[in-house]
Design a protein around this ligand. Structure first.
Ligand SMILES: Cc1cc2nc3c(=O)[nH]c(=O)nc-3n(C[C@H](O)[C@H](O)[C@H](O)COP(=O)(O)OP(=O)(O)OC[C@H]3O[C@@H](n4cnc5c(N)ncnc54)[C@H](O)[C@@H]3O)c2cc1C
Length: 470
């Protein structure tokens, strides 16, 4: 038996290997990763960029020792007839099942000066994809290209790290794929308050080390240019071996490519016409594939996903339309805008449930609406109270109810966190070690920190077996 070979050493590959063992797969599992280190949580890279987290602490839990891990090695080719992969170090590995988990790579815009040689970025230019990319910047002003989710997050991270930051975005509004005009203006106001200089509706015409020139002739000082200009699924091994590829590697409901011996998961895979793009989706697919490969499987059905950009200090929630848009019905939609207060909410309802929406401002409204959407449960009658966070969702101590899931990535409830706290895990890193909360997309970090503060204020902490700060 040659077993399972996984091409790609990111979160999807890591979760698949871990789950295969958990579900009792006894064959060989080999993970081949191009980066020099084992899998780490890419979704937390913003915290490396702003200096709050050392890149060494991004690591995901160690895989079982009987999983073979090759780092710094790339899958170069696939021989589908012999069922072997060719590696960049010259080796050949046989497989029974090959899983492509090769992720995505940053898109580099064709702006004169950004690239010094084919495949090489000019001095001072960086992408935001790997732990190496996100090492802290040297001093000096930074220019972020792209005002999508990653651009907004990166600009804020660099401001927190003390840089002068300008953000250049060709569209007239920030995060234009996700936000409507009022939401984008509330977010833009807030970024400006944080000290980010916005250049919306502009493109960069040219880069020379130290400066960028915009299309209207403005010159911006740029110690560093950070490219947040989107990603492309990494499909090269799949294309080279003749698999069906559209934007990503096309997979069916069993996450199978056009070759039944080859599967694809994560950012490189295109399921139901859409490539991946979130760590939650990558983990969901990895879990589903491990079930399928160990015979427990049902077809993969994506869960409802929310978008929670890392904008510490201002909660932002985007709920994509859950299915085809209903015909407009004023009785089934609600919107409120408090631009001066930095709050905005718009919900479209269907049959009394959240169909799509945006909420900016109130942490408790974001948490409550997110939960209603993910669980597809009926909204309360007082929508205004829901959207202003005044509906008592977080009662008493201002914390979520006991059974509420605080960390959706790792399915950790408030009760599990409280129990871990009472067992001695008294700060966020210790709770992360005990429960894995905050180690996914990281968006629950502030809720976990608040919970620690609330619990600390309410009682005396016992001894700390998890190494937390008593
Ligand atoms: C800065 C940043 C912030 C993010 N924040 C969030 C967030 O808050 N929430 C969220 O849900 N998602 C977030 N994401 C997206 C999330 O990180 C990705 O969706 C997730 O990493 C996808 O996992 P993956 O394993 O499919 O791909 P990747 O993480 O891209 O990993 C793929 C790995 O495969 C390797 N590889 C590629 N080709 C080969 C080959 N031929 N042979 C061997 N190895 C190969 C790559 O080097 C890479 O290490 C963020 C991403 C970035 C960059």
């Amino acid at each position: 038996m040659s077993g399972v070979v996984v091409a790609g050493g990111g979160p999807a590959a890591h979760r698949l290997a871990a789950r295969l063992r958990r579900y009792g797969y006894a064959g060989g599992v080999t993970v081949v990763g191009a980066e020099p280190r084992p899998a780490y949580n890419r979704a937390l890279l913003g915290s490396v960029l702003d200096g709050r987290l050392d890149a060494g602490r991004l690591s995901l839990p160690a895989l079982p020792p009987d999983v073979r891990q090759l780092t710094g090695v790339r899958v170069r080719g696939v021989d589908r007839v012999r069922r072997t992969v060719r590696l960049s170090d010259g080796r050949t590995l046989p497989y029974d099942v090959l899983v492509l988990a090769t992720g995505a790579r940053p898109r580099v815009p064709t702006v004169p000066g950004l690239v010094s040689a084919p495949g090489r970025l000019a001095e001072g230019v960086r992408t935001v994809r790997t732990a190496t990319d996100c090492r802290p910047l040297s001093e000096g002003p930074a220019v972020v290209l792209g005002g999508g989710v990653r651009g907004v997050e990166s600009a804020l991270a660099l401001r927190r790290a003390g840089h002068e930051v300008a953000l250049v975005h060709p569209a007239a509004r920030l995060m234009d794929r996700h936000l409507d005009a009022p939401a984008a203006s509330v977010l833009a106001d807030w970024l400006a308050d944080q000290g980010v200089t916005l250049h919306l509706g502009h493109r960069v015409g040219e880069y020379t080390p130290g400066k960028v020139v915009l299309d209207d002739g403005q010159v911006l000082a740029a110690g560093t240019v950070l490219l947040c200009t989107g990603t492309t699924p990494e499909t090269r091994p799949a294309r080279a071996s003749g698999l069906e590829v559209r934007e990503g590697v096309v997979v069916d409901t069993r996450l199978r490519t056009s070759d039944p011996h080859i599967h694809a998961i994560g950012d490189c895979a295109e399921h139901a016409g859409t490539p991946g793009g979130t760590v939650l989706q990558a983990w969901e697919q990895a879990d589903a594939l491990a079930r399928i490969l160990t015979g427990r499987g049902t077809p993969y059905t994506p869960g409802r996903r929310v978008l929670r950009p890392h904008t510490p200090g201002r909660d932002v929630l985007v709920l994509p339309a859950a299915g085809p848009r209903p015909a407009p019905d004023p009785a089934e939609s609600v919107a409120l805008l408090d631009r001066a207060g930095g709050r905005y909410a718009r919900l479209v309802l269907r049959d009394g449930r959240v169909h799509e929406g945006i909420v900016i401002g109130s942490a408790s409204a974001v948490a409550a609406v997110s939960r209603l959407y993910v669980r597809d449960t009926p909204v309360p009658s007082d929508l205004l109270a829901l959207l202003t966070g005044a509906d008592g969702e977080y009662e008493g101590d201002g914390q979520p109810p006991e059974e509420a899931v605080v960390c959706h990535c790792n399915n950790v409830t408030r009760k599990a966190l409280t129990d871990a706290w009472h067992s001695g895990a008294h700060d966020q890193p210790a709770l992360a070690g005990a429960t894995r909360a905050t180690t996914g997309c990281g968006s629950c970090t502030s809720v976990v920190r608040d919970l620690c503060a609330t619990l600390a204020a309410a009682g005396t902490a016992p001894e700390a077996p998890f190494g937390g700060t008593p």
